[in-house]
Design a protein around this ligand. Structure first.
Ligand code: GDP
Ligand code: IMO
Ligand code: MG
Length: 425
């Protein structure tokens, strides 16, 4: 009678979509609990490559119910596109996808505020995905938001118009114009609303708690990564929701004492898309090599992802604040053929060694202290068993486990569902 969580432990794009899809057959329900279409979760199987933004990554497993929880923000236009993109898979979406009435809706003007706000910040911009995420959560906490449950009553358009007028007045105060066609956005938005209304809009907290009592197996799927958490991330270069494990309770309405396993996903190196501090970032040809081999380009925006070495100071921090019970290492295949690998085990700040993730990593000069590992020059993407993996990779993994004190139970060696090695530890 419990649920499990799956979270990204770095700055997002750790491979959450791949793993949720790979393990969905162990669950009855997959539930997204925060974020919105700023997320891009890639799933590869049987020659298909598919990116999901709002819909949980359990959707390709015919047996599972997928829930978009109350903590998620939904862009109806993007949602409609996602639904259309799934048509070829012949999934009975109406019986497999439920949406919380308490989830908030991203309005066209939220996207314009996002773009205007970013443009006005100049060099200090957050590097937002411009999906309207921040402004929508601002209206949620400011108690002005429109929720999925509102659209059931046709009178909701009054609320829409009044919030839109408020937004337009706010936008005019920025003295910054952005080239976005509101009429076009609104046409797509209202088409999307029709689509959203055709789904099962439910009290998902009620459904989930009932399911827990019935012994159903539930997995909560996180979006973004812990270092983008609004409280614990590299503020202000973060997203606008709690991406950490506590966010699953508020984003689904499930109590903390029902949470059992907390699966933390991390890449064998580090990436970040958008602005903000990144102590182990590489600016040389090794960084470029990792980007190229790992196809490190944003699944949502196509932007180059910044690449760097694995940062164990940051990883230990996110493991701690999430209460991670099991780790999954992703994209270890990308490091094959890199001769020498570095791993950050502490920082030097103002001449002092720091072994925890400090409050200020933005204005301080941070020098990462590294230890060195020998690489492996071998294609591991077809390997199925741990015993076939190169000894150098096992040494790398053993060191990480020892450093953070949590077992690595899964090694991902490629983007496909099947390129996954489960360990018996
Ligand atoms: P998410 O947002 O955490 O779901 O991750 P993304 O989908 O944004 O980015 C992860 C990318 O890495 C996607 O293109 C995946 O197909 C790919 N991927 C996932 N696991 C592996 C792996 O083990 N090896 C390689 N080479 N690619 C992977
Ligand atoms: P998934 O779920 C990587 C980053 C943006 C930007 C910052 C704020 O695919 O791992 P926002 O649009 O939320 O206002 O942007 O957060 N960001 C992500 N980076 N993966 C994501 O999601 C992200 N979602 C937001 O690049 O730096
Ligand atoms: Mg992603």
């Amino acid at each position: 009678m419990s649920l499990d969580l799956l979270l990204g432990l770095q700055w997002g794009d750790e491979g959450k979509g791949k793993i949720v899809d790979a393990i969905t057959s162990d669950y009855d329900i997959i539930a997204r609990f925060q974020g919105g279409p700023n997320a891009g979760h890639t799933i590869e199987f049987d020659g298909h490559k598919h990116v999901l933004h709002t819909i949980p990554s359990g959707i390709f497993n015919q047996g599972a119910i997928n829930i978009i929880g109350n903590g998620v923000v939904i862009d109806p236009a993007i949602f409609l596109n996602e639904i259309n993109g799934l048509k070829k898979f012949n999934i009975d979406l109406n019986s497999k996808l439920f949406i919380s009435k308490r989830a908030h809706i991203i309005l066209p003007t939220h996207k314009i505020i996002d773009a205007t706000s970013e443009a006005s910040k100049g060099k200090k911009k957050i590097g937002s995905t411009l999906k309207g995420i921040g402004p929508t959560y601002m209206d949620k906490t400011g108690r002005n938001g429109i929720r999925v449950g509102d659209i059931i009553d046709d009178n909701w358009q009054k609320k829409y118009n009044s919030l839109k007028e408020k937004h337009l007045s706010l936008i005019s105060n920025f003295n910054q114009s952005v080239d976005i066609d509101l009429n076009k956005l609104e046409a797509e938005f209202f088409e999307g609303i029709k689509c959203l209304k055709s789904f099962n809009l439910i009290e998902s907290e009620n459904y989930l708690n009932k399911s827990i009592k019935e012994g159903k197996r539930i997995l909560a799927e996180g979006a973004q990564g812990s270092l983008l958490d609004i409280d614990f991330g590299t503020y202000p270069f973060v997203t606008s929701s709690n991406t950490t494990s506590a966010g699953a309770c508020s984003g689904l309405g499930v109590p903390p004492n029902k949470i059992k396993n907390i699966r933390g996903i991390f890449k064998a190196y580090t990436t970040r898309v958008g602005s903000g501090p990144f102590p182990t970032e590489l600016f040389d040809s090794t960084g470029e090599k990792i980007r190229e081999i790992g196809h490190e380009y944003g699944a949502t925006t196509g932007r180059d992802r910044r690449c760097g070495w694995l940062d164990l100071v940051a990883l230990k921090y996110t493991i701690e604040i999430n209460g991670v019970t099991e780790l999954n290492i992703m994209k270890s295949d990308v490091l094959s053929s890199i001769e020498k690998l570095l791993v950050c085990t502490s920082y030097t700040i103002d001449g002092k060694i720091v072994d925890f993730f400090p409050y200020d990593i933005i204005s301080k000069d941070i020098t990462p202290n590294y230890i060195e590992f020998k690489g492996w020059d071998m294609d591991i993407t077809k390997m199925k068993n741990e015993k076939d993996l190169p000894g150098e990779l096992i040494d790398y993994i053993d060191y990480i486990e020892l450093f953070v004190g949590v077992p690595i139970k899964l090694i991902s060696v490629g983007p496909d569902r099947t390129q996954t090695i489960y360990r018996n530890k």
